[in-house]
Design a protein around this ligand. Structure first.
Ligand code: TPP
Ligand code: MG
Length: 319
C-alpha cells in the first residue's frame, strides 16, 4: 500500500474516532435531538471495507452508521450538520444520525431498522448484475442484526441469484445490552457459510486484516461467483446509545479494549515498525483531523434550522 493510501486510511480512522468522541461530548449540551449510537472502536471495519470501494459501489449501513458513511466518502461537515438537524445537512436535516444517506457517493442510507439493510443491498446488487457492471453492494450488520429473518432471506436470495453482494458482519459483542454469546444461536460464521457462500474472517481492530478480506470478497464478486461475507469481531467503546450507563459491562472490559483493541494504535504500531510512515506524518494527520472536527461542530452550530413548512417538502419524489 503506498504512502498516500496509508495516510488516507489512518486519517479516516482518526476522523471517525474523533467525530464520535466529540459527539459524545456535544450531545450532553442538549443541542442535538434524537438518539445516537456511536461507532468508536469499530472504525477499522468501515475503513477497511470502504477503502476498496468507489462511488459506484453501494453500501447500506445501520443505526450505528456514522463511520460507514464517512468511510464511504460522506462529507464530514455536512454529516455533522445533518446530525444537528440543519437544513444544510446531507439530507436537509431530515435524516439525522440514523438515516444519513448520500446517493452520489453510493451511500444508500443508515437504517434504524435492525436487519433492514441486507435486503436493500441485495436489491442494489441485482441492479448491478442487470446492468453488467463490475461493482459490489455491501451491507453492514451487527451480531444482533444477524438473527433477523430479513438477513437470512437476503443471504438466500443473493446466493440463488448469484449477485455481487458482500454481507459484512460486525460482531461487537452486544445487541443493545445483551451479549452476542447469549443471543446468537450457534456460530454466526458457520451459519453464514450454511447459505452457500464463502466467509472471509478479519480482525475487526486491524485495518489491514479487514482490507485483505474485502479484497478477497471483491475478487470473488468480480469473478462472477456471487455473494460472500466478511466476519469481523470488534470492540464497542461506548454504550449502545449515548447515555447508556453500561451497568452490564465491567470497567476492566472497557479499559482493556481501549488498551489492546484500538485500531488507531494497531495501525500506528505497524506503519512505524516497517517505516512506511513517520511519527511526524501521523501527528500532522492528527492535527488536520482535530481541526476538521472543530470546524464541523462550529459550522453545524451556526447552520440554519428548518422552519415548520419544510416538513411538507421531500415527502414524495418524482421518478
Ligand atoms: C427491527 C428492529 N428491532 C429492534 C430494534 C431495536 N434495536 C435497535 S439497535 C438493536 C441492537 C442491534 O444490535 P447489533 O445488530 O449487534 O448492532 P449494534 O448495536 O451492536 O451495532 C436493537 C434490538 C430495531 N431498531 N429494529
Ligand atoms: Mg452488536
Amino acid at each position: 500500500m503506498d504512502k498516500d493510501k496509508l495516510l488516507r486510511a489512518y486519517s479516516q480512522l482518526k476522523t471517525i474516532r474523533e467525530f464520535e468522541e466529540r459527539l459524545n461530548v456535544e450531545i450532553a449540551t442538549g443541542e442535538i435531538a434524537g438518539f445516537t449510537h456511536l461507532y468508536a472502536g469499530q472504525e477499522a471495519v468501515a475503513v477497511g471495507v470502504c477503502e476498496s470501494l468507489d462511488d459506484k459501489d453501494y453500501i447500506v449501513s445501520t443505526h450505528r452508521g456514522h463511520g460507514h458513511c464517512m468511510a464511504k466518502g460522506g462529507d464530514v461537515i455536512d454529516m455533522m450538520k445533518e446530525i444537528y438537524g440543519s437544513t444544510e445537512g446531507l439530507c436537509k436535516g431530515k435524516g439525522g444520525s440514523m438515516h444519513i444517506a448520500d446517493f452520489d457517493r453510493g451511500i444508500l442510507g443508515a437504517n434504524g431498522i435492525v436487519g433492514g439493510g441486507p435486503p436493500l443491498a441485495v436489491g442494489a446488487a441485482i441492479a448491478i448484475k442487470q446492468r453488467g457492471d463490475k461493482n459490489v453492494a455491501v451491507s453492514f450488520s451487527g451480531d444482533g442484526s444477524s438473527n433477523q429473518g430479513t438477513v437470512f432471506e437476503a443471504m438466500n436470495l443473493a446466493v440463488v441469484l448469484e449477485v455481487p453482494s458482500i454481507f459484512v458482519f460486525e460482531n461487537n459483542g452486544y445487541g443493545e445490552h445483551t451479549g452476542a454469546d447469549y443471543a446468537v444461536g450457534g456460530d454466526l460464521l458457520k451459519r453464514t457459510q450454511g447459505f452457500g457462500m464463502p466467509v472471509f474472517t478479519a480482525d475487526g481492530a486491524d485495518f489491514f486484516s479487514v482490507y485483505d478480506a474485502t479484497q478477497k470478497a471483491i475478487a470473488h464478486a468480480n469473478a462472477g461467483q456471487g455473494p460472500s461475507a466478511i466476519y469481523a469481531e470488534c470492540p464497542r467503546y461506548f454504550g449502545h446509545y449515548v447515555g447508556d450507563p453500561q451497568k452490564y459491562r465491567s470497567k476492566d472490559e472497557l479499559s482493556d479494549i481501549r488498551e489492546n483493541q484500538d485500531c488507531l494504535k494497531i495501525l500506528r504500531a505497524k506503519v512505524i515498525e516497517d517505516a512506511s510512515l513517520t511519527e511526524a506524518e501521523l501527528a500532522t494527520a492528527d492535527e488536520q483531523v482535530m481541526k476538521l472536527i472543530d470546524d464541523a461542530v462550529t459550522a453545524a452550530r451556526a447552520a440554519p434550522r428548518p422552519v415548520a413548512a419544510d416538513v411538507l417538502e421531500d415527502v414524495y419524489i418524482n421518478y
